[in-house]
Design a binder for this molecule. Structure first.
Ligand code: FE
Length: 132
Protein backbone atom coordinates (compact mmCIF):
# COMPACT_ATOMS: atom_id res chain seq x y z
CA UNK A 1 0.00 0.00 0.00
CA UNK A 2 1.23 3.43 -0.87
CA UNK A 3 0.07 5.23 2.23
CA UNK A 4 -2.01 4.79 5.37
CA UNK A 5 -4.77 6.81 3.78
CA UNK A 6 -3.82 10.08 5.40
CA UNK A 7 -1.22 11.21 2.90
CA UNK A 8 -2.32 10.62 -0.63
CA UNK A 9 0.38 11.41 -3.19
CA UNK A 10 -0.42 14.50 -5.22
CA UNK A 11 2.03 14.69 -8.08
CA UNK A 12 2.88 12.12 -10.71
CA UNK A 13 6.38 11.94 -9.27
CA UNK A 14 5.01 11.13 -5.82
CA UNK A 15 2.80 8.41 -7.25
CA UNK A 16 5.74 6.88 -9.10
CA UNK A 17 7.67 6.75 -5.84
CA UNK A 18 4.77 5.39 -3.80
CA UNK A 19 3.65 2.61 -6.13
CA UNK A 20 5.31 -0.39 -7.74
CA UNK A 21 5.60 -0.23 -11.54
CA UNK A 22 2.69 -2.64 -11.85
CA UNK A 23 0.48 -0.66 -9.46
CA UNK A 24 1.36 2.58 -11.24
CA UNK A 25 0.43 1.15 -14.63
CA UNK A 26 -3.00 0.02 -13.43
CA UNK A 27 -3.93 2.76 -10.97
CA UNK A 28 -2.47 5.82 -12.65
CA UNK A 29 -2.33 4.81 -16.32
CA UNK A 30 -5.61 2.90 -16.35
CA UNK A 31 -4.00 -0.37 -17.30
CA UNK A 32 -5.39 -3.88 -17.05
CA UNK A 33 -3.61 -6.86 -15.55
CA UNK A 34 -3.62 -10.11 -17.55
CA UNK A 35 -6.66 -12.21 -16.77
CA UNK A 36 -6.20 -14.99 -14.20
CA UNK A 37 -2.95 -13.34 -13.04
CA UNK A 38 -4.26 -11.61 -9.94
CA UNK A 39 -3.16 -12.73 -6.48
CA UNK A 40 -6.59 -11.95 -5.04
CA UNK A 41 -8.59 -13.73 -7.73
CA UNK A 42 -9.21 -16.81 -5.58
CA UNK A 43 -9.10 -15.09 -2.21
CA UNK A 44 -12.18 -16.30 -0.33
CA UNK A 45 -11.47 -15.25 3.26
CA UNK A 46 -13.62 -12.75 5.13
CA UNK A 47 -12.29 -9.23 5.03
CA UNK A 48 -12.15 -5.95 3.21
CA UNK A 49 -10.59 -4.98 -0.08
CA UNK A 50 -8.90 -1.60 0.05
CA UNK A 51 -7.45 0.64 -2.64
CA UNK A 52 -3.76 -0.22 -3.22
CA UNK A 53 -3.13 3.45 -3.86
CA UNK A 54 -4.58 5.09 -0.77
CA UNK A 55 -5.89 2.41 1.59
CA UNK A 56 -9.57 3.35 1.42
CA UNK A 57 -11.86 0.34 1.89
CA UNK A 58 -13.69 -0.26 -1.36
CA UNK A 59 -15.25 -3.73 -1.36
CA UNK A 60 -16.41 -6.27 1.21
CA UNK A 61 -15.59 -9.96 0.86
CA UNK A 62 -19.31 -10.74 1.24
CA UNK A 63 -19.93 -9.28 -2.20
CA UNK A 64 -17.07 -11.12 -3.94
CA UNK A 65 -18.06 -13.85 -6.36
CA UNK A 66 -16.46 -16.06 -8.98
CA UNK A 67 -17.42 -14.50 -12.30
CA UNK A 68 -15.16 -16.71 -14.40
CA UNK A 69 -13.74 -13.58 -16.02
CA UNK A 70 -10.25 -13.96 -14.61
CA UNK A 71 -10.46 -10.80 -12.51
CA UNK A 72 -11.65 -10.34 -8.91
CA UNK A 73 -15.38 -9.63 -9.12
CA UNK A 74 -17.82 -8.03 -6.72
CA UNK A 75 -21.57 -7.42 -7.02
CA UNK A 76 -21.51 -4.26 -4.93
CA UNK A 77 -19.19 -1.45 -3.81
CA UNK A 78 -18.93 0.33 -0.49
CA UNK A 79 -19.76 3.76 -1.89
CA UNK A 80 -16.10 4.73 -1.96
CA UNK A 81 -15.87 4.40 -5.72
CA UNK A 82 -16.84 6.69 -8.58
CA UNK A 83 -18.11 5.65 -12.00
CA UNK A 84 -17.02 7.30 -15.24
CA UNK A 85 -17.88 6.78 -18.87
CA UNK A 86 -15.00 5.11 -20.72
CA UNK A 87 -15.06 4.76 -24.50
CA UNK A 88 -11.43 3.80 -24.97
CA UNK A 89 -10.46 0.73 -27.02
CA UNK A 90 -13.58 0.97 -29.18
CA UNK A 91 -15.87 -0.09 -26.34
CA UNK A 92 -18.46 1.73 -24.29
CA UNK A 93 -17.74 0.82 -20.71
CA UNK A 94 -18.13 2.26 -17.23
CA UNK A 95 -14.84 2.79 -15.47
CA UNK A 96 -14.59 2.33 -11.70
CA UNK A 97 -12.17 4.62 -9.86
CA UNK A 98 -11.33 5.13 -6.19
CA UNK A 99 -13.25 8.19 -5.03
CA UNK A 100 -10.41 9.17 -2.70
CA UNK A 101 -7.36 9.03 -4.96
CA UNK A 102 -8.99 8.62 -8.39
CA UNK A 103 -6.98 5.48 -8.99
CA UNK A 104 -8.25 3.28 -11.81
CA UNK A 105 -9.69 0.06 -10.41
CA UNK A 106 -11.51 -1.61 -13.29
CA UNK A 107 -14.96 -1.52 -14.87
CA UNK A 108 -18.53 -2.31 -13.88
CA UNK A 109 -20.93 -4.30 -16.04
CA UNK A 110 -24.65 -4.97 -15.77
CA UNK A 111 -24.43 -8.75 -15.98
CA UNK A 112 -23.75 -9.51 -12.32
CA UNK A 113 -25.68 -11.66 -9.87
CA UNK A 114 -28.49 -10.70 -7.52
CA UNK A 115 -29.18 -8.62 -5.53
CA UNK A 116 -27.61 -5.80 -7.59
CA UNK A 117 -27.16 -7.30 -11.04
CA UNK A 118 -23.81 -5.53 -11.19
CA UNK A 119 -20.38 -6.98 -11.80
CA UNK A 120 -17.48 -4.88 -10.61
CA UNK A 121 -14.54 -6.31 -12.55
CA UNK A 122 -11.51 -5.13 -10.62
CA UNK A 123 -7.76 -5.50 -11.07
CA UNK A 124 -6.20 -7.49 -8.25
CA UNK A 125 -3.16 -5.20 -8.42
CA UNK A 126 -5.37 -2.22 -7.55
CA UNK A 127 -6.53 -3.89 -4.32
CA UNK A 128 -5.10 -4.79 -0.93
CA UNK A 129 -6.86 -7.50 1.06
CA UNK A 130 -7.32 -6.94 4.77
CA UNK A 131 -8.44 -10.09 6.54
CA UNK A 132 -10.97 -9.84 9.33
FE1 FE B 1 -7.53 5.16 -3.61
Amino acid sequence: MATDGTEIPQTDEEWREALTDEEYEILRERGTEPKFSGELLDQKADGAYACAGCGTELFDSETKFDSGSGWPSFYDAEGAVELRADDRHGMTRTEVVCASCEGHLGHVFEDGPEPTGQRFCINSVALEFEEG
